[in-house]
Write a protein that binds this ligand. Structure first.
Ligand SMILES: [Zn+2]
Ligand SMILES: [Zn+2]
Length: 143
């Protein structure tokens, strides 16, 4: 509690918080726009929620902020910074997720691409489709 009181006055507002040690986290959609306003409002809120939710989940899996690449694990203190942050992870952070979740990278990219395509995130869907295509031959070779 003392730590939060020290940090909060310096932040514009908090999108979410997570503990690397205790593996718990929380985020709010309060400032992500009104999802009931219109289909664009829903899409904006969903995209922001997806970015912050996956970011905080990364922290819950023990991943710190990424400063080396443009990455979902980049820190942000303003909505503009959060909007500019990609949904995708950089090569270093994505390997941490694969390790922590023991997931199949090809399957993960397929599911991420399908989710983004279904919900109107075309650029993100294309990124995940291309990523799946790049990793599929490597993944098949390692089986
Ligand atoms: Zn963070
Ligand atoms: Zn990263």
């Amino acid at each position: 509690m003392r730590r939060a009181a020290f940090i909060l006055p310096f932040m514009f507002f908090v999108f979410g918080m997570a503990s690397l040690r205790d593996r718990v986290g929380v985020w709010s959609i309060f400032r992500f726009g009104d999802p009931a306003e219109s289909s664009d409002g829903f899409a904006t809120c969903l995209k922001r929620t997806s970015k912050v939710g996956t970011h905080e989940t990364g922290h819950m899996l023990g991943i710190r902020h990424c400063t080396r690449y443009e990455c979902n694990m980049n820190g942000s203190n303003r909505i503009e910074e959060s909007d500019a942050r990609p949904l995708a992870l950089c090569p270093e952070c994505v390997r941490k997720i694969w390790h922590a979740c023991d997931c199949d990278p090809v399957q993960r990219y397929s599911k991420m691409g399908s989710f983004c395509m279904k919900h109107g995130m075309a650029a993100e869907a294309e990124f995940f489709r291309k990523s799946r295509e790049k990793i599929e031959p490597v993944s098949a070779k390692n089986r």
